[in-house]
Design a protein around this ligand. Structure first.
Ligand code: FBP
Length: 330
């Protein structure tokens, strides 16, 4: 018997949620259908002149790829068509996009339509990341996206790799699905993912080591120091796309880290965006039994005051992240 489909799984999860459950199911369902479209487009991008830059930079100062914009547009159109999304906070739009809704309990979606853009032109793995919150009658609705990540009702990502995998949580465990290309359906292949307490792998851009907090530097040195009893040294794996590194970490354990630049200790500068990268991944990992920290506090307690705010992130196996926090405290 074929594993259950995402839409069937979403239906089973509704009982565990409050009044926003139907809207959350509608939006996750619609994002999964967009993901199938994006997966197809990625597979043919080189044949359709869709690789490369459009010219110009986005609100985060990144050069924008053609697929970044295309990805943003298909996600925006899909969210608008649900009637359940009151606002869309996107990496590719400076200002949030307010939308007309039908029915009660509208939602706000924060999304990185194409994560890992630097991998696009080299056929590396990329992804889509999303976090969903209640609009709570706020005006503008997008302002309901601000506040701590604990306010997220649901979060997840899609990884476009050899297979297309969707992983999501509505606060009752984290579950993974694989796209069955012929039917376009996602089917449950990783039910109730539990991250190992400790891992053997860490993912970080070591090229930034000179900018790290002293605790971060000491922690990575510790991971690289041979010690049979504690399974060190850990191996380094880094895909260059947060989704790819988080997905590996969720299944195999260990750590994904993108710490802030502490060159000026008074003003640490992070890279990854809180609302549509770090907070959604924090919820996904915590619901799988893992931990997500900035080094100084729990990621989901970080209060967003701006839509494109950045945050440092150390996530993965709970014992490994706890150790990192300890090194930051020293
Ligand atoms: P975008 O591609 O969506 O801007 O995401 C940022 C990102 O590509 C992450 O996916 C990845 O973890 C990180 O930046 C890689 O950064 P760097 O090239 O500095 O290591």
């Amino acid at each position: 018997m074929a594993p259950i489909s995402l839409s069937e799984h979403l239906a089973t999860q509704q009982a565990t949620q409050g009044p926003h459950a139907p809207g959350v199911a509608t939006i996750v369902g619609r994002l999964s259908r967009v993901a199938a479209v994006i997966a197809r487009e990625l597979a043919h991008a080189a044949l359709r002149d869709r690789l490369g830059y459009v010219g110009g930079i986005n609100v985060s100062g990144d050069e924008v790829k053609k697929l970044d914009i295309w990805g943003h547009e298909v996600v925006e159109a899909a969210l608008r068509a649900t009637g359940a999304c009151a606002a869309f906070v996107s990496e590719e739009a400076k200002e949030p996009i307010e939308m007309a809704t039908e029915g009660a309990n509208p939602l706000v979606v924060c999304c990185d339509p194409v994560d890992g853009s630097s991998n696009l032109d080299v056929n590396g793995s990329v992804g889509t990341i999303f976090g969903i919150r209640a609009a709570d009658g706020k005006t503008p609705a997008a302002s309901a996206a601000l506040g701590p990540g604990t306010r997220q009702l649901a979060a997840g990502y899609v990884m476009y790799g050899p297979a297309t995998t969707l992983v999501y949580t509505v606060g009752h465990g984290t579950h993974g699905f694989t796209l069955d290309q012929p039917s376009g359906e996602f089917r449950l292949t990783y039910p109730d993912i539990r991250i190992p307490r400790r891992g053997k792998i860490y993912g970080i851009n070591e090229g930034n080591a000179h900018t790290w907090h002293p605790g971060q530097r000491a922690f990575v040195e510790h991971l690289k120091t041979p010690d049979k009893a504690s399974g060190r040294p850990y191996s380094l794996r880094y895909s260059g796309a947060m989704v790819g590194d988080v997905h590996r970490t969720l299944l195999d354990g260990g750590l994904f880290m993108y710490p802030a630049d502490w060159s000026d200790p008074q003003k640490p500068k992070a890279k990854l965006r809180l609302l549509y990268e770090v907070a959604p991944m924090g919820m996904v990992v915590e619901q799988a039994g893992g931990r997500a920290s900035t080094g100084l506090e729990r990621v989901l307690d970080v209060v967003a005051t701006e839509y494109h705010q950045r945050a440092s992130v150390i996530l993965g196996s709970p014992d490994d992240v706890a150790m990192a926090d300890e090194f930051y405290r020293r």
